[in-house]
Write a protein that binds this ligand. Structure first.
Ligand code: ZN
Length: 351
């Protein structure tokens, strides 16, 4: 029996280690190009960052963008050995690379199923969204054509991501409509809006595209040798995703408005301006750790360690820090919370 494109791509992806900016990863990207349906192959293109673009839209009302990243966190290139059980897949002694090989396979499956949309296979997500940043920098007009950007790059089997980092990426209405749409097709797939997303490519698009999300694709413990893929969930989601009417999902969020993650205020009470002042002062003189820790704790108490990895303190302007120090010095009624969100915004790899 001929293997489905879904499993052909999944097998190929997971059996290949794909660190960013290696020949092996470039070859894998070209292999995807070669395996597109014949009628889409000629018009596909690779941009200057190495992202592979595939446009299967058939009319101008279609406004859905799907993205998945081709790179993995592997340290070396070469073959990856996969171990399969009936319910889960693993790698022997290394990262599995279902983050985001599973998403890549899902996109190829949607393309071959004739779902009209724009598809981008991105580079360097694991290096801070290199490919996605290139899209916002050099292809903003393209991104502006879309009402929604969908990534399949979330762990677990039940999340529709509504927030990444500390900010909203899609409306609750959009998230709930997507949960309902999947559930109506397959009663056993139960998703909920999840505001604890950290980072994926679609976080880069939130200033341009109204509804940006990330859907659980079934991997777990990504970035470790214990990474697994729930193949039962993955297969069922793949079937459901070909039946969703993506372009009918509601478009509610205004990308011009930044909305921070609502939080319960417990850190607000805990945080004294002294601690904040000292962290700012440390950062002023090149010791960034306390400020990064404080900001991560504040904006993402669920997983501050992971959050911290996405914060780059060198993106903060020294004048911003000086201004905040002045504010506290001059005893004006300082809004520490807004200062911290400002810093998070400057430091986040979405910039
Ligand atoms: Zn990923």
């Amino acid at each position: 029996m001929k293997k489905s494109i879904l499993h052909l791509v999944l097998d190929k992806a997971l059996s290949t280690k794909r660190p960013h900016d290696t020949q092996q990863t470039r070859d894998f990207t070209l292999w995807l190009w070669d395996n597109l349906p014949a009628h889409l192959r000629d018009d596909a293109m690779v941009d200057l960052a190495g992202n592979l673009h595939v446009d299967s839209r058939t009319d101008i009302n279609q406004a859905t963008l799907f993205v998945a990243h081709v790179d993995t966190v592997h340290k070396t290139v070469g073959k990856n050995r996969i171990r399969k059980t009936r319910s889960h897949w693993f790698a022997d002694g290394d990262v599995l690379g279902a983050d985001d090989g599973a998403g890549v396979a899902m996109l190829m499956h949607l393309i071959h199923s004739g779902i009209p949309a724009y598809y981008i296979f991105t580079q360097g997500e694991e290096k801070g969204g290199i490919g996605a940043k290139h899209l916002t920098d050099d292809h903003a007009e393209l991104l502006a054509q879309f009402d929604r950007a969908i990534a399949f790059d979330r762990r677990g089997i039940d999340s529709i991501i509504t927030h990444q980092g500390w900010g909203r990426c899609c409306s609750d209405q959009f998230g709930s409509a997507l949960c309902d749409a999947i559930g109506e097709i397959d009663f056993d797939l139960m998703h909920l809006n999840d505001d604890s997303g950290i980072y994926t490519d679609t976080a880069e698009f939130v200033d341009i595209i109204p509804e940006c999300t990330n859907i659980s694709i079934g991997y777990d413990k990504e970035h470790t040798q214990n990474e697994s893929l729930n193949i039962v969930y993955f297969n069922r989601l793949a079937i459901a995703c070909t039946e969703i009417r993506w372009d009918d999902l509601p478009v509610v969020r205004d990308p011009a408005i930044r909305e921070s993650l609502a939080f319960d205020g417990f850190w607000q009470d805990d945080l004294d301006s002294n601690e904040f002042y000292n962290a700012l002062l440390d950062a002023r003189y090149g010791h960034h750790r306390p400020l990064v820790d404080l900001v991560s704790q504040y904006v993402h108490p669920d997983d501050p360690i992971l959050m911290a990895r996405h914060l780059n303190p060198y993106q903060v302007n020294l004048r911003t820090i000086d201004q905040m120090l002045d504010d506290i010095d001059s005893m004006v009624d300082t809004d520490i919370e807004s200062h911290i969100y400002r810093l998070a915004d400057d430091m986040y790899s979405h910039s």
